[in-house]
Design a protein around this ligand. Structure first.
Ligand code: ADP
Ligand code: MG
Length: 254
């Protein structure tokens, strides 16, 4: 569903991605882990076509379509979604209006306020979002947990083919992590969405049970595996992966 080939990118003349390869089949949940500052958010932004990042090489395919040269709006239309690590707040823009516009644009329909309420009902319940959030301004004064739930609500309304979640579990409590994990599983089941989950934490992964885990080091995916890789990282740290990848320990340790 999502294929990334030899992706290289720079920001402010600094080379960050140095040949990322990634394949996420339809309906699979993949995880990207890696130390702070390694370029995980950069990868998310470059996949989404953020203008501050300069792609210098490589290709991105979404459901068989080459989206490498598309702008962000076209990528979104093609079915790619990015939940931000740091969602922006927009005072003056009501959540309800924002969501309804988003829904209408994405699905090319006109939906009135009353009908949209019905569309939202199950989703609000699934994500434990209080209805009162709808009349507030977008992310304005929202807690970490509220923002991340709202990102998930947008995702569930947009129904993308591939959703990239950048640290959806950071700065939120365990309840919000559980809610987000449940939502990921439900959305995958109902819509067949593929997920790329960028995270530092094992907890969310224990809840969602990913199909594959990738470790990013030195601008590349340096190792891929299953949940056992996450457990090994927890015990040994990233330095172990670096050494194992260099071939000095190879796979013998695990
Ligand atoms: P991660 O998400 O893995 O923690 P990032 O992708 O946010 O890492 O950052 C990768 C590197 O790019 C870091 O060294 C960071 O300082 C740098 N970087 C990110 N955004 C910018 C920017 N707007 N200007 C300059 N450097 C940036
Ligand atoms: Mg980041």
């Amino acid at each position: 569903m999502l294929v990334v080939q030899e992706l290289q990118a720079k920001i402010a003349d600094k080379e960050i991605l140095k040949g990322v390869n990634l394949e996420v089949p339809a309906g699979e949940i993949h995880v990207i882990m890696g130390p702070n500052g390694v370029g995980k958010s950069t990868l998310g932004h470059v996949l989404m076509g953020h203008k501050s990042y300069e792609r210098t090489a490589g290709r991105i395919l979404l459901d068989g379509t080459d989206i490498t040269e598309m702008d962000t709006a076209e990528r979104a239309k093609a079915g790619l979604f990015l939940a931000f690590q740091y969602p922006v707040s927009i005072p003056g823009l009501r959540v309800s209006e924002y969501l309804r516009n988003l829904y209408c644009l994405r699905h090319n329909v006109q939906v009135g306020v009353a009908e949209f309420r019905k569309i939202l009902r199950d989703k609000l319940e699934m994500l434990s979002i209080d209805r009162s959030a709808l009349s507030r301004y977008l992310n304005d004064g929202f807690s970490g947990g509220e923002m991340k739930r709202l990102e998930m609500l947008q995702l569930s309304l947009i129904k993308p083919k591939v959703a990239i979640l950048d640290e959806i579990d950071s700065g939120v409590d365990v309840d919000a992590q559980k809610t987000v994990a449940e939502a990921i599983k439900k959305i995958r089941e109902s819509d067949g969405t593929s997920f790329v989950i960028i995270t530092h934490y094992q907890r969310l992964l224990n809840f969602v049970n990913p199909d594959k885990v990738h470790v990013v080091l030195d601008g590349k995916v340096s190792r891929s595996g299953d949940m056992s890789l996450v457990h090994a990282l927890e015990r040994e740290g990233y330095e172990w992966v670096r050494q194992a990848t260099d071939g000095s320990i190879a796979n013998s340790a695990h």
